[in-house]
Structures are given as C-alpha cells and as structure tokens.
Ligand binder design. Structure first.
Ligand code: ADP
Ligand code: MG
Length: 278
C-alpha cells in the first residue's frame, strides 16, 4: 500500500491506461514466474482437528492478474484467503507477497503491506453514511488530530467522491449504509478497500446477492480495478467467471484440481465431475 495515500497525492482511480495485451486476451496470460508474481502460495496446509481443509496447495498470481478461484462448497477457498490475509495460521507452507513472507505477520501488518480482503458477507458501518464509511477507511484517517485535519480537506472529499463514482455510489454518499441494497453494500465495501490502494485484493463471492445488472456493472468494475493491481476472486457464477477471469484455479478437497483459462477448466472432465456437472 502506498503510505502517501493519506496525504492524498495519489488518486484512488486506477490507471485509465489501455489494457495490456494479456488483459485483452486473458487466455494468453503467461504463467506467473517467481519474478513477475505478486503472490506466491507454497505448499500451504492447514488442519482443523486433523482434517486438512487446505492441503499442500501452491499457486502464483501475476501482477495485474485477475484470478478466479472456483470449487465445490467446503473445497477450502475461503480458508485459503484466510491464510493469505493472516486470519488463519497455516500448519505448513508459506505465502509470499512481493517476495515477502506473510506467514508470521499479523492481519493489520498484512493490510499495511497492501493486501485488502473482502469477506463473504458485507461488513460496513450501517449507522454511518456512505461518505463516512469511505472516510474512516482512508489510511491514517484515524486519531483525533488527523481526523480533524481530514475533515477540512477538500482533497479528502474529492477522494471520497472519486471512489464513490468508481463503485457506482456517487448518488448515495449521504445515505446511511444500512439503507443500501445488499449489492450496494458489496460495492461500498469494495470502495472502502480501494480507497486504501491495495496492490492485491482478495474478494470472497463479491456478487452474491446481486441482481443481473449489478453483476454486469461489477464485472466491469473488477476488470477496471485489475489494471494496476492483482485480484483473487472466489466466485460460483460461471457466466460471471468467464467474463472476468484471466485464469481460473479449481480447488477440490483443499487441493488444486485444475488451472488455466475458464474455457480450459470448463472442459476438464475432473472439473465437470466434482463441480460443474452438479
Ligand atoms: P469453501 O470456502 O471452499 O466453501 P471453506 O474454506 O470455508 O470452504 O472450508 C473448507 C473446509 O474447512 C470445510 O470443510 C469447513 O467446514 C472447514 N473449516 C473451515 N474453517 C474451519 C475452522 N475454523 N474450524 C474447523 N473447520 C473449518
Ligand atoms: Mg467460502
């Protein structure tokens, strides 16, 4: 994460640069190597009472890549994200973010390094307005002195407005978050993460509970925000997956069952057998 974000010298808007060839033809995305990968998961394992929820799992995510993780319920998808963001400690293996081992760091340290995590259920401050939710998410906006300075700053208002526009909430800034639709709460939470300018964003079923139109807008949003950062998205809706994924990893019983383009994994008989055929 850019520590300068609090001084607002950087815009929250992801680069409007045209997509790289890798993004325009996702299937052509070359496999991540150690040097261009932002995230390396190596032999990650966690046991709960002897049950291996994630079992010797390895994967790499490249810079600017939008990776989707699919798999049946209980495959270990959420647990994988929990270990990347420091919520759950692995029993073995490690997670490298830009080459740095996250495995022993606390959750807040991992956030500060630039990893944002969105949980399955949206968690926003229902009693605060949309604008206030954004405001308290700005790094270093906490503390009495800084929040006084922040309140007076036009730059903060501008940052919040830009961020709200990005996540389709420009007209809802003064509304209490509790009054938003479920889909809008999902957007608000994504905006609260984006305002922190993470380099890696982990999203657990971000379109759950969204209408078809909201899903369509979200697929555009995710593709836009993947220019300039990497995303790992857990999702079930295969139409949505096909629209956004540069590459798909299929988990089954805590292991990688298949990996490749959406087309590739959809045609894999083992994937059809354990997941898509149901
Ligand atoms: P997914 O997100 O793919 O549906 P999860 O990662 O939530 O799956 O869960 C994987 C498996 O690990 C499930 O069988 C679940 O019951 C188990 N599990 C997850 N977290 C815990 C925990 N804290 N304690 C015990 N078992 C857990
Ligand atoms: Mg889950």
């Amino acid at each position: 994460m850019n520590p300068q974000a609090a001084t607002l010298s950087h815009s929250v808007v992801p680069s409007e640069a045209p997509p790289s060839p890798a993004q325009t033809s996702p299937a052509a995305l070359a496999p991540a190597t150690a040097s261009d990968s932002v995230l390396q998961v190596e032999g990650l394992t966690v046991s709960f009472d002897g049950f291996r929820a994630v079992d010797d799992l390895s994967l790499q995510v490249a810079n600017n890549e939008l990776r989707v993780i699919i798999g049946p319920n209980g495959a270990g998808k959420t647990t994988l994200l929990d270990m990347i963001c420091g919520k759950t400690r692995p029993t073995a293996g490690r997670v490298l973010f830009k080459g740095q081992d996250l495995t022993r760091l606390a959750e807040h340290q991992i956030v500060r390094l630039g990893v944002g995590r969105k949980f399955q259920t949206p968690s926003v401050y229902e009693e605060l307005t949309v604008s206030e939710n954004f405001e308290i998410s700005i790094p270093n906006a906490h503390g009495v002195l800084s929040s006084l300075l922040f309140k007076r700053s036009d730059a903060v208002r501008e940052l919040i407005r830009t961020c709200a526009e990005e996540v389709f909430l420009a007209d809802a800034l003064r509304q209490k978050a509790g009054r938003l639709s479920h889909g809008q709460k999902q957007w608000l939470e994504m905006g609260m993460l984006l305002i922190q300018q993470p380099d890696l964003l982990l999203l657990d079923e971000p379109v759950a509970g969204m209408s078809p139109r909201e899903r369509e807008l979200t697929s555009e949003l995710l593709q836009r925000i993947a220019r300039g950062r990497s995303l790992v998205v857990i999702e079930h809706d295969m139409d949505f997956v096909k629209r956004i994924a540069h590459k798909v990893t299929v988990l089954h019983q805590g292991r990688v069952l298949a990996e490749g383009s959406a087309q590739h994994v959809q045609a894999d008989p083992r994937v059809i057998d354990v997941y898509l055929g149901h």
